[in-house]
Design a protein around this ligand. Sequence first.
Ligand code: F6P
Length: 324
Amino acid sequence: MVTKIKTIGVMTTGGDAPGMNAAIRAVVRSAIFHNLNVYGIERGWQGLIDGKIIKMDLSSVSSIINRGGTILHTHRCPEFREKVFRKKAFTNLQAFGIDGLVVIGGDGSLNAAYVFYKDFKVPIINIPASIDNDIYGTDYSIGFDTAVNTAVEAIDKIRDTASSHERVFVIEVMGRLNGFIALDVGLVSGAEAILIPEVPYDLASLTKMLQYGQQRGKKSFIIVVAEGAIKAEEVAAYLRKRSELDVRVSVLGHMQRGGAPTALSREVACKLGARAVELLLAGKQALMVGIQSDNIVETPVEIVARRKKKIDLNAYKLAQKLAQ
Ligand code: F6P
């Protein structure tokens, strides 16, 4: 029998992502629309362990749809791997009468949520939010589009100086172990080469390609490197040693995690936040909401946790074709 949910909690966990605030707003306002009580849990799982739980109302989420970061703060919480701390978190949930959770975060958060669900059978709906976009079951995770746009804007600027000085720029983008950011950024910024962990690369061929380009009259080059493939500095050192190319490095780093969310990041956040609340009301649990081919879909967290999202190799080939 499904017990009717009366009070929900919402938290953001793991690395922050632009659009998390828009998702918090969507969850809080949808919950209130459906006459639920709603609490914000500060600092993710750590806050649940520490009892950092605050009542949310309509005005707690005013004017945040356009703000990067997360008003609830976030934290990576290794303690949550230990059952004794998860038990503490569960006791706090009970103390506040929270009978459903919305967890906004990346794959680490998702796995933690699943373990918590298995321990205590707390109904949890996950919302994918990570600039890395490496979560199975959704075309977009909240923040990815913003991070891509931020990196592209930076690369457009770098291209100006690369072209003036006739230089090679090796630009490292985030993405942890995956190349989703690098591939999108490389394709739309017209990079001459993209190095991602999912596709084997060879620095000797890269050097030859750049030299051949130079002979054909190309003046500058942009190489986009995923942090999970190789360090930009390593690529630059190799190129400097084996060619006369004038090489510079730019590591974009955490700037990719900040800034106002793009329209797409906000749209995904609004839609998934509202659906997460509807699912809790419908008695669902251990699901992740996502977007697939413009539709809002749900996937069991058990499946999301087990499967690996595949990179779009056609996009990679297209980038190569257009970069000649
Ligand atoms: O998962 C998001 C992400 O920004 C990754 O792209 C990156 O590898 C990592 O987080 C950096 O983590 P931190 O902010 O803890 O250094």
